[in-house]
Ligand binder design. Structure first.
Ligand code: AMP
Length: 341
C-alpha cells in the first residue's frame, strides 16, 4: 500500500487525517521547529524532520519518501517554499498535475488559462497611464496578498511604487499586474475533479478574512482619511459560505469549463482539487481574479465535510479524504497513472 505524504503546513492535518480515514500510511515532512506540534496528532504515522523544506530535493529525503512508497500532496507551502522549478524536477510521484502549478504562479499564463476557460476576468491595464477606474496592482510572486496596492490613476500608482521601493517591498525588476478592482462580495469556490469518474464536484465555498482590509470598515471614514491607511490582503483565516441555490448552476459551469481548458492547454489537465477565486459585483455577476490549481487552505473549514460535499458524499468527506479516496480507487482499478505526474 502506498503512503500519503505532505509538508507540515497549510492543510497537512486535514490531508493526513483524511488519508488515515481511507486506510493509508501517513508521512509528514516537518520542520524541526514544528515537530512537537505535529506529534500531538495520532493519525500521522511517520515524520521526516528537516530544517528547511528545500531539503525535500535531497537524496536522503527522497529515499525516505520512496521507501514508504509515498505519493506527495502538493499545497501552497510546497509552491512558496520549494518553488515551481524544483517541484517540476522532484523525483517523487505528485498527486494532480504538477505542470499546472507554473500556470498558477505566472500571472501571464494564469490569465491565458482563465481566458481560455471563458470565465469573466477583471480588465487588465498594460500601463499605469491607461488606468481609468479603481485598480489593484499585484506584485508577481506576492505571497498571501501582501505587496498589493489600490490606485485610481497613474499618480497614485507611481507614488505607491516609490513607497514600496523605499520599504524594500519591490525592486526595479519586479513586475506588477494592474487589474480593475471589483467592488462586491469575494467568494472562493472549492472544486474536486475526478478523472476516474470524469466528474466535477463542488466541494465547498468560503470567504477569506484578510488583514487589514477586513478591519478597515471598523474605523470611521474620517479617521481612515486622517491616518491614511492602505489596505493589505494577508489571509488570516476562512469562514464558510453557502450561495443562493440559483447561483450554483453557473458555479458548476465555471468549474467544468476550467477543467476542459486546462486539459487543452496543460495536459493532463486538472485532476484533483482546485479553487476559483473572484467577486460577485454590484450586478451579481461573478468575475474571477485568480485560481489555485491545487488544494486551498480554505478547505480546512470542512474537515468533517461541507454542505456541498454532504450532498455528494454524505457525512465526513473532507477534501483531504476525497484525495485519498481517489488514490485508493486508482490503486484498486490500476488507473493511478491518471492521477499522478
Ligand atoms: P489574490 O492574491 O489575487 O488571491 O488576492 C488577494 C485578495 O485581494 C483577494 O482575496 C481579494 O480580497 C483581493 N483582490 C484581488 N484581486 C481583486 C480584484 N480584481 N478586485 C477586488 N479584489 C481583489
Amino acid at each position: 500500500m502506498n503512503s500519503i505524504a505532505t509538508l507540515g503546513s497549510h492543510c497537512s492535518l486535514q490531508v493526513l487525517k483524511g488519508a488515515k480515514e481511507e486506510g493509508f500510511n501517513t508521512v509528514l515532512v516537518t520542520k524541526s521547529s514544528r515537530e512537537k506540534f505535529y506529534r500531538r496528532y495520532d493519525f500521522i504515522d511517520e515524520y521526516i524532520v528537516v530544517e528547511d523544506f528545500q531539503e525535500i530535493m535531497n537524496d536522503d529525503i527522497k529515499d525516505k519518501l520512496s521507501e514508504t512508497d509515498s505519493i506527495l500532496i502538493p499545497h501552497g507551502t510546497l509552491i512558496s517554499e520549494v518553488g515551481i522549478e524544483k517541484i517540476e524536477k522532484l523525483d517523487v510521484p505528485i498527486f494532480g498535475n504538477r505542470h499546472i502549478l507554473r500556470w498558477e504562479a505566472d500571472r501571464n499564463l494564469k490569465t491565458q488559462l482563465m481566458q481560455k476557460s471563458g470565465v469573466s476576468i477583471p480588465k487588465t491595464f498594460n500601463s499605469p497611464e491607461e488606468i481609468d477606474c479603481l485598480t489593484i496592482s499585484k506584485l508577481s510572486g506576492a505571497r498571501g496578498g501582501s505587496g498589493y496596492f489600490l490606485a485610481k490613476n497613474s499618480e497614485d500608482y507611481y507614488s505607491y511604487v516609490e513607497k514600496f521601493k523605499k520599504q524594500g517591498l519591490m525592486t526595479d525588476d519586479d513586475e506588477l499586474q494592474i487589474q480593475e478592482y471589483i467592488v462586491g462580495v469575494p467568494v472562493y469556490f472549492q472544486y474536486f475533479y475526478s478523472p476516474l469518474k470524469n466528474e466535477l464536484e463542488l466541494f465547498g465555498i468560503d470567504k477569506r478574512y484578510e488583514t487589514n482590509v477586513d478591519g478597515l470598515g471598523r474605523i470611521p471614514s474620517t479617521d481612515q482619511n486622517e491616518i491614511k491607511l492602505s489596505p493589505t490582503y494577508i489571509v488570516i483565516g476562512n469562514f464558510p459560505l453557502v450561495l443562493r441555490e440559483s447561483l450554483l448552476v453557473e458555479v458548476y459551469d465555471i468549474g467544468e469549463n476550467f477543467v476542459t481548458a486546462s486539459r487543452e492547454l496543460v495536459p493532463p489537465g486538472m485532476p484533483g482539487p482546485f479553487c476559483m477565486e473572484g467577486v460577485y459585483d454590484s450586478n451579481g455577476k461573478f468575475i474571477a481574479f485568480e485560481f489555485s490549481a491545487r488544494i486551498v487552505a480554505g478547505t480546512n473549514i470542512f474537515t468533517t465535510g461541507s454542505p456541498y460535499s454532504y450532498l455528494t458524499h454524505g457525512a465526513n468527506m473532507s477534501m483531504g479524504r476525497r484525495i485519498a479516496l481517489e488514490i485508493k480507487t486508482g490503486i484498486k482499478n490500476q488507473t493511478l497513472d491518471k492521477l499522478l505526474t
